[in-house]
Design a protein around this ligand. Sequence first.
Ligand code: HEC
Length: 177
Amino acid sequence: MKPQMFMVSLVFLAAAVQGICAEDIVTLRQADMKAIASATKAIAGMFKEPSTYSSAEFKWAAELIRDKAGQPLIDYFSAGAASPDSKAKPGIVEERKRFDRLAIDLGSYAGALAAAADRNPTAMTDGMRMKAGEPMGGGPLGTHVQSEIKLASIPAEHTFHLMLQTCTTCHVRFRME
Ligand code: HEC
């Protein structure tokens, strides 16, 4: 084979490999999002029916979200992962900082929920619940996590609602309808 031909086939090979990877990444990240969604549902169910609360299950679900958030989520949406199978909007690369911040916040909220499960090993205590009249909106933190210490001092249910806002905020901006 002439060296030129060899180079051309290398380029094709690289393109082919990249093509496969992009599709794999989309499949993986969609599967991770689905796993995040079912973990979120499990936690929501326990807040709805506190008698079904299990510290271990709550923690497991929170840790699943925490571990899939942050850097792994950021890496899934690195440049070049666009694909026709994806529902991600093209703006992620341009608004990198905003996307990454939301991915990190998701992990911080989920981490705070896991810690709350540790502090409440036997039952869903009143301390985990939102107080009547507590503002549901951004609350004391706004939509972004400002400090982990503040986060540890608010009820887990409130943290959970802030986490849900993070899902929505990211989807509105970065996911197609
Ligand atoms: C930092 C941004 C971001 C955050 C935070 C986020 N998502 Fe997503 N999510 C996306 C993007 C982007 C997609 C589209 C992925 C694709 O199709 O490539 C998506 C897709 C999904 C899907 C569809 C998966 C599929 O099968 O196609 C579900 C369900 C989902 N997210 C649930 C959640 C839940 C629940 C939360 C919060 C606990 C959350 N997401 C937080 C960005 C985010």
